[in-house]
Design a protein around this ligand. Sequence first.
Ligand code: PLP
Length: 356
Amino acid sequence: MKPENTSLEITKATSSTIGKVDFDNLTFGKYYADHMMICDFIDGKWETPKILPYGPMQMEPSAKVFHYGQAVFEGMKAFKDKDGKVWLFRPEENFKRINKSSKRMAIPEFPEEYFFSALKTLLKLDKEWIKSGDGNSLYIRPFAIATEAGVSASPSNRYRFVIICCPAKAYYSSPVKVTIAQEYSRSADGGVGFAKAAGNYGAQFYPTNLAKDKGYQQIIWTDANTHEYLEEAGTMNIFFRIGDKLVTAPTNDRILDGVTRKSIIALAERENIEVEVRRVTVKEIVEAAENGSLKEIFGTGTAATVAQVSGFEFQDNYHELPEVENPYSMKFKKMLQDIQYNRAEDPFGWRYAVEV
Ligand SMILES: *Cc1c(COP(=O)(O)O)cnc(C)c1O
């Protein structure tokens, strides 16, 4: 192993829980790989990161994260190719983004060297948890939380950066029905919508439950001011195919700058598929559905890669999308996965080799 682990303190797990895991019937998030990384920020600096056996963390009940939600996270995946080589996909984007999220939440930025040496060490120690085969991956969840004890409403002077990993299979395999938000909002101008702030998710659960009660798995979020512009699909970015053209909203302080989104824009441009990055109105999508020019809607994100939408509800009208041959959603999913699993050329330099 290269000297990347020299800056880490490693305590190896004495036994593995991998034997308990049925990799053919995985429930996402149920099992965690044997090791995790913990790094504390104390007295103005990040301490030496520790690799420890995965397990509970002790914290005071007054720790600020529990009261003020000062917490950010990332989601990324490690892939294993058919020769057993391990790859990450554009990890420097996740690294930059967690620090961008942290900055917005007044959490100190995490050092790049610690982030990458922790990732490499974890993937090496837990390489058996990464399964090859289409759709299989090790989902990596870095997060940072405010750990200072004390309920005074001010930023913490102690933080903890943690990385945990769990095996994943492809999810959202069947197309989802969605509803367009007309009452609730995910994010607002000047807010934290662009950050992967934990509270963005917590705030979505209730309206998403209401949508589920009506038979829709996800909400397409609209702008908070007018509810006229389509912004994101649940916890994913969103694309519309009108005719043979792709349309997606520009990122801004309400919309998360997804790695999958920008990778698909680059792939579409390479394929000479026209992409319009512009605001998309509910009105034009309803009209396009009615006149038949709306061919596809799909969400994009690391967890699902690409999630097809089968239809959408707006003002009590349900618009079923047509079945199209060779949908863009499947084409881009395959292209991305072929790059991620080292089955295709990587002209963009997106793959990141990990020595295991
Ligand atoms: C994480 C996330 C995405 C997808 O980002 P990727 O980098 O593609 O995984 C999209 N929207 C929201 C709100 C997210 O939190």
